[in-house]
Write a protein that binds this ligand. Structure first.
Ligand code: ARE
Ligand code: CA
Length: 475
């Protein structure tokens, strides 16, 4: 069954690439997303045109677009005070223009929807766009009766993640918890999401979805157009009752187990071959999984591998993008040493619109605030075209030799990585046609890999990743 689907998809892709003759054609899109953490709307619009569209990325995950509390920290974005689209990241007009310009080059916009809660402030204040608010009062939007009062912990803050009622009705780090079971609250949230859809967004990341009962998420999503993409953030916890699987009725979920399993391989220094004959344990089904190496929370917390790990970080992204499980999202943020530090701001207090058209094309010693531009790294961006070229071809069992590892997407492409400290040579039995292929992770086809008589031979420097596919034969 899986084979039949794969063969059909390969034929369709082959026909497409014959007609297009290039992986940069606007009609050839991949399923790969990029999280442009704290990047302003004007910069994202430029990014779609200069780097994302040409590379074949399919979608961008933005930071939350609604008005928030004021402050220098990045996380003010996660404390809404109104649903006006006016924030440090840009105005409503700039947001709408971004959606249009990205759409025009085939890149969809997924907005981060913060709908579990409002602000976490105890004192009254005024938001970025001038809206007055109090912890449980947002004039014209929500009044105290619209919030949960869980009464389960002294201060109503979540204490115990193994208690479902606490997790879903108490306050996540003091953030005023909306009563998402109430029709009025649901309708207000739906109106906000519909407003974003009216500007052309493709869908939403549901922030803190674990803290909203799955039935509430489903009820809200049921009011949106059927083709709205939903990605729920439900961190798989240990011994916790609220599971990612509960949210599959609303759409996809971020599968944190995937990132954890990948990260461990770089700590242990040995690659772990997934059991390809069985469903991966502790993973949701592939077609509803969003996978990532790290995100804005985990790079400040549990992630074993981040931009700071340089070549190894590129390697982790290569392995994810070459895999046949899940929908991948590449994380692209900025360097930091202080967990709370926000992105660079202008004199007027908005975030500087810095993009990556001229950004770092590989690992560097980044200064705090520099954008890491992971999505344009030479060893990462071409993996988007790789993914288009391999289509639905299944991942085959790989070959491991000491610190090096390689695997094939049946007949269509192969990747090899070396996390050792010296050069490695690795031969991979392959069903790819005999040819000399470009190593697409080195610009200008400066390095080639030969497939001869069913064997691909990779020579990998310490820390190097290499990728070949049938759409990039050396001339
Ligand atoms: C900030 C301050 C707090 C202060 C609060 C209110 O740091 O000290 O009390 O403001 O004034 C982000 C930041 C927070 C920030 C918050 C609001 O990370 O530091 O608080 O914005 O400005 C749990 C949730 C998960 C959540 C993570 C962070 O389940 O949903 O915690 N992730 C999302 C976003 C975050 C964001 C929020 C939610 C809030 O991605 O960026 O917070 O909108 C185990 C559990 C997990 C749990 C994890 C951490 O692994 O299984 O469920 O994740 O521990 O506690
Ligand atoms: Ca809640």
């Amino acid at each position: 069954m899986k084979r039949t689907v794969a063969a059909g998809a390969i034929l369709a892709l082959a026909a497409l690439s014959l007609a297009a003759c290039s992986s940069t054609d606007e009609t050839t899109r991949s399923d790969v997303g990029v999280q442009l953490f704290q990047m302003p709307w004007t910069a994202i619009a430029d990014e779609c045109e200069s780097t994302l569209g040409p590379a074949g990325y399919g979608w961008v995950l933005t930071s939350p677009p609604q008005e928030s509390i004021t402050g220098d920290e990045w996380w003010v974005s996660y404390q809404p005070v109104s649903y006006q689209l006016d924030s440090r990241l840009g105005t409503r007009d700039e947001f709408a223009d971004m959606v249009k310009r990205c759409d025009a080059v085939g890149v969809g916009i997924i907005a981060d929807a913060v709908i579990n809660h409002m602000s976490g402030q105890s004192a009254p204040g005024t938001g970025f766009a001038g809206s007055a608010y109090e912890h449980h009062s947002y004039p014209g939007l929500y009044e105290p009766a619209d919030f949960h009062d869980c009464g389960l912990t002294g201060d109503n803050d979540i204490r115990n993640y193994r208690d479902r009622a606490q997790v879903q009705t108490c306050e996540l780090v003091n953030l005023a918890d909306l009563d998402t079971s109430a029709p009025r609250v649901r309708a207000t949230i739906v109106a906000y999401l519909n407003d974003l859809l009216s500007l052309g967004v493709a869908g939403f990341r549901i922030d803190a979805a674990k803290h909203i009962a799955a039935t509430d998420v489903e009820a809200i999503v049921a009011e949106l157009p059927a083709n709205t993409t939903i990605m729920s953030e439900v961190i798989r916890g240990s011994g916790e009752p609220v599971l990612p699987e509960e949210y599959l009725g609303a759409g996809s979920v971020f599968e944190f187990t995937y990132a954890r399993d990948l990260g461990i391989q770089f700590v242990s220094g040995s690659f772990t071959e997934p059991d390809l004959s069985n469903e991966r344990p502790q993973h949701v089904p592939s077609d509803q999984a969003i996978v990532f190496v790290d995100n804005h929370d985990t790079e400040r917390g549990e992630a074993q591998i981040t931009y700071r790990d340089g070549d190894a970080y590129a390697m982790a992204n290569v392995l994810m993008l070459a895999d046949d499980y899940g929908t991948p999202v590449v994380y692209s943020g900025y360097a930091f040493s202080d967990r709370d530090a926000g992105a660079k701001t202008t004199a007027s207090g908005t975030i500087e619109p810095v993009g990556c058209a001229e950004g770092a094309h590989g690992p560097q010693d980044f200064a705090d605030g520099d954008r890491t531009c992971i999505h344009v790294w030479d060893a990462i961006a071409p993996m988007v075209a790789f993914r288009i070229a391999v289509g639905e071809a299944p991942r085959l069992p790989g070959v491991m030799v000491d610190d090096a590892y390689a695997f094939e997407r049946e007949g269509r492409g192969a990747v090899a990585v070396n996390q050792g400290e010296s050069e490695a040579t690795l031969t991979l039995p392959t069903t790819m046609p005999d040819a000399t292929y470009c190593d697409v992770l080195v610009p200008e086809c400066a390095v080639t890999v030969t497939v001869d008589n069913g064997t691909a031979t990779f020579t990998l420097a310490a820390g190097q990743s290499s990728a070949i596919h049938v759409e990039a034969v050396a001339r």
